[in-house]
Design a protein around this ligand. Structure first.
Ligand code: GLU
Length: 301
């Protein structure tokens, strides 16, 4: 018998209401938890206050409920967790694992970028701030070794953080703690054993494992589910004007999410309500049937 109980989570950023792409991540993490007899928690990643849309967190919670995705326990809000992130940053400072960085965006404009288009930090402040420079952000030193990890959908992967990412930010120049630090602190705080999330975050995993190692936190099991794109191949998001989940015809939208996840419901469930579809999908859930490739969203219903 498995001695560690399964705890999963869905961690949306409340920058707007859910769309079918975020529904796919919610449904996948929900089904994986329920199929394992586990708990499923919700965490609002409202760290980046200027990017959060007023009311979006409540809208997301209402959308989850109307789609039959009922969570356990209380919702954790990252906007209320600064003390925990500050304590983690202090622990990293005490280990000499982080350093202050004075580089501005414009100074880094010419820096090389990785395959994801992120700046590969050239290490300007790694050995001390240039004279007269003012510390703006905090970066964590990354090792020049391969970080190996296993993803339940993508298999065995590895990344050299020094080559592919560089020393990355844990506290931003404009104030907030960075997603990478917050996610690691909160996954541990919420005793998350299994992370199931969108494939856009796959290559964030080695950064998170590095922080977990430095902070002495456990590493959850990871699975990254396919993204949903628009016809132009762009990830559905607020920026790409993804339509919000409809209030009516929820069964059809949920069925579409299940198709993306490689679990097409049988024809007799064509007109089924969310609860019935989720019950079917939970009973048939097999993560090995989830495809690797992104899906293109159906035209708006
Ligand atoms: N808040 C992130 C997002 O909405 C997800 C973070 C995670 O699942 O680790 O993309």
């Amino acid at each position: 018998m498995n001695s560690v109980p399964y705890v999963g989570r869905f961690a949306p950023s409340p920058t707007g209401p859910l769309h079918v792409g975020s529904l796919v991540a919610a449904v996948a993490s929900f089904l994986d938890a329920r199929a394992a007899g586990g708990r499923w928690l919700v965490r609002m990643e409202d760290l980046d206050r200027p990017r959060c849309e007023p009311g979006a967190a409540d809208t997301i919670l209402r959308q989850l409920e109307t789609y039959g995705l009922h969570w356990d326990g209380t919702v954790l809000y990252q906007s209320q967790r600064d003390d925990a992130y500050a304590a983690a940053l202090d622990a990293l400072k005490a280990r000499g694992a982080v350093y202050p960085c004075a580089c501005t965006r414009s100074q880094l404009a010419q820096a090389p970028r990785n395959d994801e288009g992120e700046i590969l930090y050239p290490g300007t402040c790694r050995n001390g701030l240039p004279p007269g420079a003012i510390a703006r952000a905090w970066r964590v030193r990354v090792p020049d070794v391969s970080t190996r990890f296993h993803d339940r959908i993508h298999g065995d992967l590895e990344q050299n953080l020094a080559h592919d990412v560089g020393d990355f930010i844990v506290k931003r120049a404009d104030g907030p703690f960075a997603y990478q630090l917050a996610v690691v602190v909160d996954d541990a705080f919420q005793t998350i054993t299994h992370v199931v999330r969108g494939a856009d975050l796959l290559w964030n995993t080695p950064r998170q494992i590095h922080l977990q190692t430095l902070l002495g936190l456990p590493t959850p099991v990871y699975a990254h589910v396919p993204l949903v794109t628009n016809a132009a191949g762009q990830k559905l998001s607020k920026q790409t004007l993804a339509p919000t989940l409809p209030e009516s015809g929820r069964g059809a939208v949920l069925a579409q999410a299940l198709v993306v996840l490689g679990h097409p419901p049988p024809p007799e469930l064509n007109d089924a309500a969310p609860a019935e579809l989720l019950a079917w999908a939970g009973a048939h859930w097999r993560i090995e049937n989830v495809p690797l490739r992104p899906a293109i969203a159906n035209a708006a219903p």
